[in-house]
Design a protein around this ligand. Structure first.
Ligand code: NAD
Length: 494
């Protein structure tokens, strides 16, 4: 057996083990083999990281650095990130089973996020007001909040980190990153990139470990001022409860059950490609996966036939093989849950259109076929719950009103897709859908310039875009008395 790679955490600019030397395994989902050992942080380790971040925020080079200089450092980070995108992509693929072609591309593209917020670092400023009092000069200044706890899941981890730390650092905060226990190596490789970029110690700290104790100790730590969380609903509930201890501001990017509404007038080829892209890219392990297909009755049969044929032809296999179009699921637990939910749907009136099992010839690793299930109604678990895998439920609709009603009939509200050639309808439906993102005749587009986030149980707060940097600042209001005279009557309100 190949020797295990041993990783360390990054705290206060140093590479360290956990205080008690405990570790956990990182398992390669494509083979089921353990390949790396990751430190399991204790509450004391987390305390060291938060204390370092707090110290860097309140004293030392970072606390006095000009905004323009922070921008320069972020640009450097963007460049180093690009230079190391191959290694970062490889590690993320070994950690998560995501296609190497995607992880490499993503790691390289992420540099655009650091460049974007580098440019904004010295453009965040306050206001002055034509105030309704005599002799007063009143203004606001925008200040960084303090120590940001960034807690991320395993899928697209480097991306999810970039959308948090690029604005947070540009605004002048310091950060403690909590890696996902399923993708810690990629995050620790990112720590090396960060170190090379030359930030002062303590500005970024990376801790690894389980949700509890590591994430829990971080999110309830008294020196944490802001929590930026991406992940599932039950962890989000714990984190919101933890924030009652430190009253940190919390933003939440949670799961989805995104609908794709396909109208009779579509270009079928474009719609089929859009559907495949939305649900089977990244093996469906994407928060925005278009997992609820809702199709108008006139094209229902033809669309499903074409979709089934294309799904059956998807090349599933080794994520490092450039020929593969779908890799494995990230964990055994995911595979078990998906198998159980698909079986439940079929026992309760669902019809299997495609897939529905582990692929032949891939006994090792956690692979599952691209799966399509036609459903009689929306009450099935397969339609209600986030699957986080390559599983598509399908329903039929008659008219626009019914399509909107079905689309909105979910507790989630992250994203949606509308496929139609009728621009008026596209805009009506877009307005009616209660989701933070609507893609029309396309899907899964993201950019540093475009805000990203959900409605309802998909969370609140927006990442990316201009406004995201303001979410990492607080406003301080300053009143300056310009009068040459003393305050006349201390007991008279003005
Ligand atoms: P998860 O909620 O299990 O874990 C996310 C992170 O939270 C991990 O680092 C975990 O260790 C940590 N955590 C768990 N319990 C905690 C606690 N008590 N205190 C502090 N931290 C704790 O999620 P996952 O299974 O890794 O990821 C999948 C989920 O993430 C899906 O629901 C997916 O939709 C969601 N997601 C959302 C977005 C988005 O932008 N909206 C993006 C990607 C993934």
């Amino acid at each position: 057996m190949a020797q295990l790679k041993k990783y360390q955490m990054y705290i206060n600019g140093e590479w360290v083990d956990s205080e008690n030397g405990e570790t956990f395994d990182s398992v390669n989902p494509a083979t089921g083999d353990t390949w790396a050992e990751i430190p399991a942080a204790t509450a004391n380790d987390v305390d060291r990281a938060v204390t370092a971040a707090h110290r860097a925020f309140t004293a030392g080079a970072w606390s006095t650095m000009l905004a323009t200089e922070r921008g320069v450092l972020l640009r450097k980070l963007a460049e180093v990130m690009k230079e190391h995108s191959e290694k970062l992509g490889e590690t993320e693929t070994t950690d998560t089973g995501k296609l190497l072609s995607e992880t490499r591309w993503q790691a390289a593209y992420l540099s655009t996020y650091y460049h974007y917020y580098a440019g904004l670092a010295d453009k965040v400023h306050g206001d002055t007001f034509p105030i309704d009092k005599p002799n007063m000069w009143t203004m606001t200044v925008r200040e960084p909040i303090g120590v940001v706890a960034a807690v991320v899941p395993w899928n697209s981890q480097l991306f999810l980190v970039a959308v948090k730390i690029a604005p947070a650092l540009a605004a002048g905060n310091t950060v403690v990153l909590k890696a996902s226990e399923h993708a810690s190596a990629a995050m620790l490789e990112f720590g090396k990139v960060f170190e090379k970029a030359g930030f002062p110690p303590g500005v970024i700290n990376i801790v690894t470990g389980m949700g509890d104790p590591c994430g829990a100790a971080l999110t309830r730590h008294p020196l944490v001022d802001r929590i930026s969380f991406t992940g599932g609903l039950s962890s989000a509930r714990e984190i919101v409860r933890n924030s009652a201890e430190n009253f940190a501001e919390v933003s939440l990017e949670l799961g989805g059950k995104s609908p794709l509404l396909i109208f009779d007038d579509v270009d079928l080829d474009n719609a089929v490609n859009g559907i495949l892209l939305s649900i089977f890219s990244a093996t469906g392990q994407s928060c925005v996966a278009g997992s609820r297909l809702i199709v108008q009755e006139g094209i229902y049969d033809e669309l499903l036939a074409r979709l089934a044929e294309r799904a059956a032809g998807i090349r599933i296999g080794d994520p490092t093989d450039a020929n593969s179009q779908m890799g494995p699921l990230a964990t055994q637990a995911q595979l078990d849950r998906i198998e159980e939910t698909v079986a439940h749907a079929i026992e309760n009136g669902g019809t299997l259109i495609s897939g529905g099992k582990r692929p032949d010839g891939l006994e090792k690793g956690w692979y599952y076929e691209p799966t399509i299930v036609a459903c009689p109604h929306q009450e099935l678990k397969i339609v209600r719950e986030e699957m986080f895998g390559p599983v598509l439920s399908v329903l039929k609709f008659k008219d626009e009103q019914e399509a909107i009603a079905l689309g909105n009939d979910t507790r989630f509200g992250l994203a949606s897709g509308v496929f139609t050639r009728d621009i008026g309808r596209a805009l009506r439906v877009t307005k009616a859908l209660r989701t933070g993102i609507v893609w029309v005749n396309t899907y899964r587009m993201v950019s540093p310039m475009a805000p990203f986030g959900g409605y309802k149980d998909s969370g609140h707060g927006r990442e990316s875009g201009l406004e995201a940097i303001y979410d990492y600042t607080r406003v301080k209001t300053v009143w300056l008395n310009t009068s040459a005279d003393p305050i006349d009557d201390p007991f008279r309100m003005q």
